[in-house]
Every structure is written in C-alpha cells, then in structure tokens.
Design a binder for this molecule. Structure first.
Ligand SMILES: *[C@@H]1O[C@H](CO)[C@@H](O)[C@H](O)[C@H]1NC(C)=O
Ligand SMILES: *[C@@H]1O[C@H](CO)[C@@H](O)[C@H](O)[C@H]1NC(C)=O
Ligand SMILES: *[C@@H]1O[C@H](CO)[C@@H](O)[C@H](O)[C@H]1NC(C)=O
Ligand SMILES: *[C@@H]1O[C@H](CO)[C@@H](O)[C@H](O)[C@H]1NC(C)=O
Ligand SMILES: *[C@@H]1O[C@H](CO)[C@@H](O)[C@H](O)[C@H]1NC(C)=O
Ligand SMILES: *[C@@H]1O[C@H](CO)[C@@H](O)[C@H](O)[C@H]1NC(C)=O
Length: 470
C-alpha cells in the first residue's frame, strides 16, 4: 500500500509547490486514519515557553495525513505546522477543514406533548437550516429547539486535516521524520517563594516551574525543556469562530508522576534564551497544573527602606517603601514571588528575568514606620550667560539662562525600635542640576543618592543645596 501511495505522490510532485496555509483542495489522498492530533504519544518532545509550547513528534508515512480535532485546532497556530526530516523534501502542504455532514442521514426525533412521547423517523435534508423530511409523510419541516434528536451513529464532528506531498529517496523508509507545531494551551511560568530569616540564617529561594496543560487531552511528554527569556512569538489561535469557554476538567487530579518525579536542570543559556531541561518523561492530564521544583539558587538579599522620588520644588513628604535587593548565583526567569519573613508572608512581587549575579531591587509596599519630610527653600535666582550657546550667525546675542538654587533639608524619622537602612534617591527628570558643596549625598547621572542608617526611634536631618538651570 505504501508503494502505491508513494507512486501517487511522485506523479503529483511536478504540479505542487510549497504552500503554507492556503487551503488547496486535498490533492492526493483520502485515506482515513486514526486521529493523530493528540500529543498522547511517547515520542513527543516539547519545548514549553511562557505562552505556548512547541510540539515535536516523530511521525511515519503511515500516520499521514495528520488530523486534529476542533478543540486541538483552536489552540494550534496552523501556520507553524511543519513536517521535516532527513531524506524528505516537502513539496506542498494542505490544510483542510472537514466536517462530515448529516445531510441525507436518518435521524430520530423524540417529541413529547400531552404526556405522550412520539418518535418520528426523519431524513436530514439541510443541516444548516435544520430542515428535515418526515419519512412516512414525506413532508418537510424544521427541527424545534425542544426536539430531542437521536442519531443512528456518532454524530460527525469538525476535523482539520493537514496533508503533505513530499519527495523521498525510493527505498528510504520513514525514519527520522518529525511533525512540529506551536500550541497555546500548554505553557509554563515560574513561581518563587523567598524565605527570609534573621541576619545569621541565609535566605532561601524556592523556585517552582508551574506547567499548565489547558487542553482537552492528556499530554505525555518524552522529553521537555522549559524556555525563558524575551521570546517574541505571537501565538494567536486559529480563527475558528467557536470560542466556547473550556469545559471543566475531565476529572483530572494532579500530574501523573512516575515513581520519582522529574528533576529540572539548572538553566543553560544559548542565543539569549535560557533552557531548563526536564530529565524524565512525564504526563500532564487535561486542565491540569503540574508543578515541579527547580534547582535552588544561592541568593543574597539585603533589606532596606527605599525613598525614590522626583525632585519637587516645595515642601513634601511621605513614607519609605519596604525594599529588597536580590542577587542570585543563577539566572531567574520572570515570575511571581511571595516574600516571607520570619514565617509570615510580607509581600508579593513580580520579578522580571534576572541575570545571574546581577542586583535586582524591588519593593513590596509602604513602611509606615519610616517617614521622610523634605523642606525645600528657593534661594534668590541668578541670570547667567549660556556658555554652551554658540552664535549661529555673526551678530547673534549671547543667550542667558536662569539658575535656581534650593536649600533642601531632608528629615528622616524611624519609628521602629530597631535600626533601619535607608536608601534615598532624588530624580531630576531631564532637568539640569548640580549638587553644591560637600554633603553625604552623591550625584549619579540624573539622580542624587544618599545612604543612611537610623537607630531605633531616631530622627535625623540631612541638608544639601542644589542649583538647577531653567
Ligand atoms: C493517553 O495516555 C494515557 C497515559 O499514558 C493513557 O492512559 C491513555 O489511554 C492514552 N490515550 C490515548 C487516546 O492514547
Ligand atoms: C531534497 O532537496 C535537496 C536540494 O534540492 C536535494 O539535494 C536532495 O537530494 C533532495 N532530497 C530528496 C529526498 O529528494
Ligand atoms: C537502496 O536500495 C539499493 C538497491 O537495493 C541499495 O543498494 C541501497 O543500499 C539502498 N539504500 C538504503 C539507504 O537502504
Ligand atoms: C555675559 O555676557 C555679557 C555680554 O557678552 C558680558 O558683558 C557679561 O560680562 C557676561 N557675564 C558673565 C557672568 O559672564
Ligand atoms: C544654552 O544654549 C544651548 C545651545 O543653543 C541650548 O541647547 C541650551 O538649551 C541652552 N541652555 C538653556 C538652559 O537655555
Ligand atoms: C547605597 O547603597 C547601595 C547598595 O549597597 C549602593 O549600590 C549605592 O551606590 C549606595 N549609594 C551611595 C550614595 O552610597
């Protein structure tokens, strides 16, 4: 049978060309084969990204064409379906939507009225119009919403068929062929739990990979990698009109774990993307989250109170933020982090991708006990020649600039009973400024920074003077 099949293929090669998602007429085969769209296949390897998965499945000629159910199709990016392998050159690809029609089929209507049930034998004339013909009276009528329909065989469902024409060397069989595509309903994210103790005990970061199968079928995965990084791939679903909300799970509980659960490797970088590989096959049931621990990095965490604000030319004040500076010896892929200190949950943060050994600062909320008050006094202004202005043409006037000077008194109050570290940052968004004289503040780019330590119950004043150019 395979030989005949190939002969047909070869004769068609000359008239076909590679054609992505243009639905050509199904060109060469109508062989009905079992449903292969499910990824319930031990030869499947999967790369799982934050918003989609790339499925790669070993496939043989006898499994072609490939069929997908309506549910599967809704979550596949159809223009990514690709067949490739050694010794095969694809010459065309066809995507066909198929629905076997009920037209011409016999169905039974169960109608009840007045407590009596009547069964009517009818022929479906036009499914779209719900038009049927009564087999005994030969009269035509439309189905009512209240009609209970009984079918003589399983009612037809929508199917999507992807067929290929290809060129192979005559006696090479179907070894090393792969079907690959992207699907949106299998994805993963990272979740973190950061445990902070007192100074002596090192902080612990517990990293979890949360893999979600939002599809209607169990996914059995032979090998998988979780990928993280800035991967800009659009995964819009097929334009199927039915966007019915997914039904409740098929009674699945948790990920089907073999004797010992898989282990996730430390991340490996290539092309700016990090890959975490999973060392064992695993299965995720439909509508299930499968959560696996990831390798635990060594982290350093500084806790401080941060005051980060824009320059404001009049008196102002507020509270510091409860902030942390995190450094990990391993790449951290973006995800939600729960921060726990001394056994209680103290905040939540969303971390972006964080490079190994880089400092990442984040805040989890206001600290009611650490307060700042800025007293800002405007000093008499000066008019200066703009020395950087160069005359455009001879005879142009020297332009002048106005220099405004401010005396700023920063008052910090610590209402806690313990020592706090405060990191203060004053931002000058695009404004030219200069810090005057010697102070405990330093100018860094477009900011003024200062680090201070306050004992329990302490209140301190820090003075500085700045010039700005208008
Ligand atoms: C899918 O895989 C599960 C677990 O291996 C198995 O129990 C089930 O029978 C498979 N379903 C199909 C349709 O192959
Ligand atoms: C596929 O195409 C390449 C390049 O045209 C050719 O060298 C190779 O022999 C072809 N392979 C088959 C199996 O036809
Ligand atoms: C293809 O068939 C020829 C003739 O039978 C044989 O010599 C050759 O080794 C075969 N190639 C492969 C890859 O099987
Ligand atoms: C500014 O420019 C004017 C005219 O060129 C000059 O007379 C004056 O001395 C300058 N002032 C300063 C402070 O450089
Ligand atoms: C000074 O002159 C330069 C050049 O014309 C101009 O770019 C700059 O904005 C001026 N400075 C101010 C404060 O007006
Ligand atoms: C404040 O401390 C942080 C963290 O150690 C440091 O990065 C920053 O440069 C310090 N700023 C000043 C003004 O010392």
């Amino acid at each position: 049978m395979t030989q005949q099949f190939l002969l047909v293929l070869f004769s068609l090669l000359t008239i076909c060309k590679i054609n992505g998602d243009n639905p050509l007429k199904e060109s060469f085969t109508n062989h009905k084969r079992q449903l292969h769209g499910t990824t319930n296949d031990s030869t499947t390897s999967v790369n799982i990204y934050s918003n989609f998965a790339e499925i790669t499945r070993k496939i043989s000629a006898s499994e072609l064409p490939v069929e997908f159910s309506e549910d599967e199709w809704q979550n596949i990016r159809s223009d990514t379906i690709t067949l490739y392998g050694t010794n095969i050159n694809i010459t065309s690809q066809t995507l066909t939507e198929k629905k076997k029609s009920l037209n011409g089929e016999k169905i039974y209507l169960r109608r009840s009225h007045g407590g009596k049930t009547q069964i009517v034998e009818v022929i479906m004339i036009d499914e779209k119009q719900n038009l049927v013909q009564d087999m005994s009276t030969k009269r035509y009528f439309r189905l009512l919403n209240s009609d209970k329909v009984e079918y003589t065989s399983l009612p037809p469902t929508q199917k999507y068929i992807v067929s290929f024409t290809y060129n192979i060397k005559q006696n090479i069989t179907d070894q090393g062929w792969y079907l690959t595509y992207l699907r949106s309903n299998l994805n993963w994210k990272t979740r973190y739990n950061l445990f902070l103790q007192d100074e002596e005990q090192p902080p612990q970061l517990n990293c979890l990979a949360d893999i979600r199968n939002d599809g209607e079928n169990t996914v059995a995965i032979k090998s998988a990698e979780l990928l993280a990084g800035d991967i800009n791939i659009q995964i819009s679903n097929n334009d199927g009109s039915s966007n019915g909300s997914p039904e409740a799970g098929s009674g699945s509980s948790s990920g089907n774990t073999p004797s010992s659960p898989p282990v996730i490797s430390i991340p490996k970088e290539s092309a700016g993307i990090y890959a975490f590989s999973i060392d064992k096959p695993f299965t995720i049931e439909a509508k299930t989250n499968y959560i696996l621990p990831m390798s635990q990095p060594t982290v350093k965490v500084d806790q401080f109170c941060s005051i980060k604000k824009s320059f404001y030319p009049s008196n102002n004040g507020g509270n510091a933020q409860r902030s942390y500076r995190l450094r990990s010896d391993q790449f951290l892929s973006n995800g939600d982090a729960l921060i726990r200190a001394f056994g209680s949950l103290v905040g939540e943060a969303y971390w972006p991708d964080i490079a190994a050994n880089d400092d990442y600062e984040f805040s989890v909320g206001v600290d009611p006990d650490v307060v700042y008050i800025e007293n800002v006094v405007l000093l008499p202004s000066k008019v200066l020649n703009n020395t950087s202005a160069k005359p455009q043409y001879s005879g142009s006037d020297v332009t002048t600039v106005r220099q405004l000077s401010y005396d700023i008194n920063l008052k910090l109050k610590n209402f806690k009973k313990r020592l706090v570290k405060v990191e203060y940052t004053l931002q000058f968004d695009g404004k030219q400024f200069m810090i005057q004289g010697k102070t405990s503040f330093i100018q860094v780019g477009t900011e003024i920074q200062g680090n201070f330590t306050l004992n329990g119950g302490e209140e301190k004043d820090y003075k500085f003077k700045i010039n700005t150019i208008e």
